[in-house]
Write a protein that binds this ligand. Structure first.
Ligand code: CA2
Length: 146
């Protein structure tokens, strides 16, 4: 039985669809979850989809993923730009980890240009809205060993 892909979402993404649709699109996080599940299902995998506004939850879920996941898609949101704790946790995950963003942080404010997640990830998908998640889940499924 293939292990699931963990899709982990950071702060404020629970409010997706409620504001700034010109940047993030109009999909809700439930829409994102459905898109991830559909793409993973086409590769015979399931998704464990979670969101938290708390940095420590994301660290704990990355530690859990080490033994339970086939791969990880992480949109750490603002914590990606600030969190050495997430970077350190990711360095202990020997699975394909895809850094995923709805918007393209490199085309935005300079404080979004640095990513502690990208430095420890296999690759980055950004700028395509919900499609970023679909591409990231596909990459995780195709790169997963277990
Ligand atoms: O583009 C992305 O996916 C981001 O990770 C989103 C973060 C931002 O800090 C990163 O630089 C890029 C912000 C998430 C805010 O969540 C929203 C909540 C409500 C409406 C829209 C977005």
């Amino acid at each position: 039985m293939s292990k699931p892909i963990y899709v982990l979402n950071g702060p404020n993404l629970n409010l997706l669809g409620e504001r700034e649709p010109e940047i993030y699109g109009s999909s809700t996080l439930d829409d994102v979850r459905a898109a991830c599940e559909a793409r993973a299902a086409s590769f015979g995998r399931e998704v464990v989809f979670r969101q938290s506004n708390h940095e420590g939850d994301l660290v704990s879920w990355l530690q859990e993923a080490r033994s339970k996941a086939g791969g990880v898609v992480l949109n750490a949101a603002a914590y990606g730009h600030t969190s050495v704790a997430l970077h350190d946790a990711l360095k202990m995950v020997s699975l394909p980890v895809i850094d995923c963003h709805l918007s393209n942080p490199d085309a935005r404010e300079s404080f979004r240009h640095h990513s502690y997640v990208a430095l420890a990830a296999k690759g980055v998908v950004s700028g395509f809205g919900v499609i970023s998640y679909e591409l990231a889940v596909e990459a995780a499924c195709r790169l997963a060993a277990d």
